[in-house]
Write a protein that binds this ligand. Structure first.
Ligand code: ADP
Ligand code: ASP
Ligand code: MG
Length: 417
């Protein structure tokens, strides 16, 4: 149980540790939090751009590279920043020690490249905190059952932070980034986006899963299950930690803590989409299993799916995957061509998925209709549609991404006017 000393996890994203000046600024911030009487555990991402660079190296050598080697390469970014921040803290007189995932240890399964967390032993970190140290843990990485380094998927440091917060029973997990909170949509593309003081776990989970990369999806699911209080805030503004009892950022909370309930809470977009159409398949039972079974075995995540059947006894299966999974999806589908007997495989990765999310949809109709009308008024063609209890998503040609998000933001009354 948390004692009288508040225990805070502070996670810093890529831009927040983007260069040595930023790392020094982060060290100052951590020092302040410690001086305010908190026990602090820090989690860091790699310097901005570093992970992309390392991923690029792997892709350059081979599209279908070995995932174990990918992990050993991309995990290095976080190792650098954890060591640098520990040095910067020591320089300020704050005792600190860096930890790689395996040193904690943060145990994961063996799904290299997108491993899931298994167990975290918080004892060593708690011991280090009890000695007055600030542990700085490399985010994004863990160790698999065979002792090899694993990584948790892009944006995975958020999940490292939430999991560590749960493991050490922290009072709060503060996610420091380059915006000062969670907005109704990406504030970088919609100037009129509004900052949300609070958002439910469920809505944030859905928004993250459809592309609002401010928090990694898994981190939100984990926070919801473990009841970790997550705050998103900026590492670029210097303000008081709390003004009139209110935290400076956005809090992710249970639904009963939300006072103002809206139909649509947020809009997200994802450019990391690719559309595949398997065309002219002889229509018979088992087609879906023959296509999606092998894809799942190849670890390809499939998202939206539509099947359309023609009058001539053939059927088309159209679905989406992430751009990263596209090469693997294509090679898998080519390998089952004889079994499935399709005539053509077409792909398009110049697409964007736009989603509107809100728990209000459970009790109110018309959200999808507003979306379709708004897009049709701008002559934007919808390629695929999918819905869930609190979300409607559409796949569009990528050129319409910003126009569509802005138009929908206005249509659902979310603009900050
Ligand atoms: P970090 O490197 O700190 O992890 P990310 O780039 O992963 O930061 O996430 C922060 C970015 O998320 C912001 O710069 C913003 O462009 C984007 N973003 C997308 N949707 C939202 C949203 N609804 N609210 C706030 N930021 C969002
Ligand atoms: N550095 C990793 C990435 O860019 C993990 C993270 O920043 O959360 O995906
Ligand atoms: Mg991130």
């Amino acid at each position: 149980m948390p004692g009288s000393v508040p225990r805070i996890v502070m996670k810093f994203g890529g831009t927040s540790v983007g260069d040595l000046e930023r790392i020094k600024a982060v060290a100052e911030r951590v020092k302040k939090q410690k001086e305010a009487g908190c026990d602090v555990l820090v989690v860091v991402s790699a310097m901005a751009g570093e992970t992309n660079k390392l991923v690029g190296y792997c892709q350059n050598l081979s599209d279908l590279h070995d995932a174990r080697e990918y992990d050993s390469i991309v995990a290095t970014g976080e190792q650098v920043t954890s060591g640098l921040l520990a040095i910067a803290l020591q320089k300020l007189g704050v005792p600190s020690r860096s930890f790689a995932g395996w040193q904690v240890p943060i145990r994961t399964d063996s799904a290299h490249g997108k491993a899931s967390l298994d167990t975290i032993d918080g004892e060593r970190l708690l011991g280090s905190m009890a000695e007055g140290m600030v542990p700085v843990v490399a985010g994004f990485q863990g160790v698999g059952p065979d002792g090899r380094v694993t990584t948790l998927g892009r944006g995975g440091s958020d999940t490292s932070a939430v999991a560590l917060a749960a493991a050490i029973k922290a009072d709060r997990c503060d996610i420091y980034t380059d915006v000062d909170g969670i907005y109704t949509t990406d504030p970088r593309i919609v100037a009129k986006a509004r900052k949300l003081e609070k958002i439910t776990y469920e809505e944030m989970l859905e928004l993250a899963s459809v592309g609002a990369k401010v928090l990694q999806t898994r981190s939100v699911g984990l926070a919801m299950r473990e009841q970790v209080r997550v705050q998103v805030l900026s590492s670029f503004v210097d303000g008081p930690a709390m003004v009139e009892g209110k935290l400076p950022g956005s809090l992710v909370v249970d639904e009963d803590e939300i006072v103002e309930k809206k139909l649509v809470t947020g809009i997200a977009y994802s450019r990391d989409e690719a559309k595949l159409s398997v065309r002219r398949i002889p229509d018979r039972p088992g087609i879906a299993a023959a296509i999606f079974g092998p894809l799942s075995e190849a670890n390809v995540n499939v998202d939206m799916i539509v099947q359309s059947t023609g009058a001539d006894g053939t059927t088309n299966m159209t679905f989406t995957t992430s751009k990263t999974d596209l090469p693997r999806a294509i090679s898998t589908l080519e390998s089952v061509r004889d079994a499935v007997q399709y005539e053509e495989l077409a792909t398009d990765d110049d697409v964007v998925k736009i989603s509107v999310v809100g728990t209000g949809m459970r009790s109110h109709a018309g959200v999808a209709a507003t979306m379709f009308r708004t897009l049709s008024e701008r002559s934007i063609n919808i390629q695929v549609i999918s819905t869930s209890e609190i979300k409607v998503s559409v796949l569009l040609s990528a050129e319409y991404a910003e126009l569509a998000v802005r138009a929908l933001h206005t249509a659902y009354g979310l603009d900050n006017v």
